[in-house]
Design a protein around this ligand. Structure first.
Ligand code: 5AD
Ligand code: SF4
Length: 485
């Protein structure tokens, strides 16, 4: 999966994890992840827990004894896709009666008994805070029973579990720094499926970053539903818990992780506009290895819609945060999430989203049609009254505008020399390699003697709408002409 794909993104669906080293037994696990980066990160924790219980992972679902889907509930079409997949797997059980199928993640949390009892689609249902219980649950399932645990926790962060890194490139990795969300945006199912917000011990985060660097990783993405509200040693009212210990908020955490090594790049996702402080921006500006890229979901450009969404900020507040980013880091890349056709959205309100996009000119955006989710505030309070065709029309308009902006922003990055972290062969050609610059733009260049995990200087000479193309230049040239770090 791609770092920088900072959203719950249905396009990255159903990626299977590679073979897992160190499984003790002969049993095989096929693990498929859907949705957001947090799910992909959680799958690495699940793989770790189940490797202790004797499972090794396989990329071939045909040889699996246990198939687990780590699922997403963010929009209805994400759930439908997973449901189809489960029906297909149920069919596959005819060929292998011993095969067990389980569901993890947000859909497991949301639908529990429905999948198990009513639709009889799965043998095992495990919510995002119950993965430590997997060995016991799997044993029950192996014994022919059905098993469920969807208890949410106020404490679980899986802090000391060493995720099994299943991305075989070994250059970029995720570090989960917090779980859950307390924001209650009215459209969002996440607070119901992932529970209350809690932060992970900073020492364990820094230790994980050190360990990754020692293993050759050169980029970490700090993950959380709302990283700006990360806090350690402070309670929810802002009171210090232990006066003998330092308080660590997100700005300090970034500082600590960026100190692991100047050659370890640090990214993060996702920020919430209402909590993003200048302090965070100032730390980012100060350190070269804190990448100059912020994903700042706006959702709508109209204050009335933002109020109905319970986002906790107005259009003006959001634009003030954008102005702060531009003031403190004039070159910082910014991306966003937008929802088209939220409850009661008028043509004028939709127009305000387009005008905000024109004002900010995002590098990139994830754009969605509003999808009503059960139990959310919006479902209870508002009518989902923008007709489907109109939602589609508005979304098309938003996407077309963003494409213009992406192309313009990419073009503006062309012609400079970048220090690029090489990730591996490009998708299109074995003769080319790809990596990212600090702004999270993909840069493709001829392979030459380059290795994944190295930093190389690339002069960009051409581009498509979101990818830069260039040629390697020697360090002396980069130093003489200047480069973007
Ligand atoms: N309908 C459409 N999009 C949604 N998102 C979250 N909930 C919904 C929903 N009910 C989008 C938001 C969020 C991203 C992760 O998914 O834009 O930022
Ligand atoms: Fe959902 Fe809002 Fe929390 Fe993001 S911040 S996970 S959109 S409730």
């Amino acid at each position: 999966m791609r770092p920088g794909n900072h959203t719950i993104d249905e396009q990255r669906q159903g990626e299977a994890l590679g073979p897992l080293p160190g499984g003790k037994g002969g049993r095989k696990l096929y693990l498929e992840s859907y949705g957001c980066q947090m799910n992909f990160s959680d799958s690495e924790i699940v793989a770790s827990i189940l490797s202790e219980a004797g499972y090794s992972t396989t990329k071939d679902e045909g040889e699996a004894d246990l198939i687990l889907l780590n699922t997403c509930s963010i929009r209805d079409n994400a759930e439908q896709r997973i449901r189809h997949r489960l029906q297909h797997l149920k069919g596959g059980k005819r060929d292998n009666p011993n095969l067990k199928v389980g569901i993890l993640g947000c859909m497991a949390e949301r639908l529990r008994d429905q999948l198990l009892e009513e639709e009889k689609l799965v043998d095992l249902v495990v919510g995002p805070d119950a993965y430590r219980d997997l060995p016991r649950l799997v044993e029950e399932v192996e014994g022919g029973q059905k098993a469920v645990n969807t208890l949410l926790s106020r404490e679980e962060t899986y802090a000391e579990i060493q995720p099994v890194r299943l991305d075989d490139k070994g250059v970029t990795a995720f570090i989960s720094i917090m779980r859950g969300c307390d924001n209650m945006c009215s459209f969002c199912v996440v607070p119901f499926t992932r529970g209350r917000e809690r932060s992970r011990d900073p020492q364990s985060i820094v230790a994980e970053a050190h360990d990754l660097f020692a293993k050759g990783y050169r980029e970490v993405t700090l993950l959380g539903q709302n990283v700006d509200s990360y806090k350690w040693n402070v309670d929810s009212k802002g009171n210090v818990k232990d006066p003998g210990q330092p308080v660590v908020r997100f700005a300090q955490l970034m500082d600590l992780v960026s100190d692991v090594n100047p050659d370890l790049r640090v990214r993060f996702s996702t920020s919430h506009p209402k909590d993003m402080t200048d302090e965070v921006l100032e730390v980012m500006a100060r350190k070269d290895n804190l990448c100059k890229y912020i994903h700042l979901p706006v959702q709508s450009g109209h204050s009335d819609v933002l109020k109905r969404m319970n986002r906790g900020y107005t259009r003006e507040w959001y634009l003030n945060r954008i102005a702060a980013i531009r003031r403190i880091m004039p070159d910082c890349a910014i991306s966003t999430d937008v929802i088209a056709g939220f409850c009661g959205e008028t043509a004028e309100e939709h127009g305000a989203t387009l005008s905000l996009m024109r004002e900010v000119k995002y590098e990139m955006a994830f754009m969605f049609k509003y999808s009503e989710r059960p139990r959310t505030l919006a479902e209870r309070k508002f009518e989902d009254d923008v007709p489907e065709a109109e939602k589609g029309r508005r979304l098309t308009e938003i996407i077309a505008l963003q494409q213009e902006h992406s192309r313009e922003r990419t073009a503006a990055q062309c012609g400079r020399i970048y220090r690029v972290l090489v990730e591996g062969p490009s998708k299109k050609s074995k003769e080319e390699f790809q990596g990212r610059n600090t702004y999270n733009a993909m840069v493709v260049f001829p392979k030459e003697d380059v290795q994944p995990g190295e930093y190389r200087f690339v002069r960009t000479t051409g581009h498509t709408s979101i990818t830069l193309r260039g040629e390697l230049v020697p360090e002396a040239v980069a130093l003489a002409e200047g480069f973007v770090s």
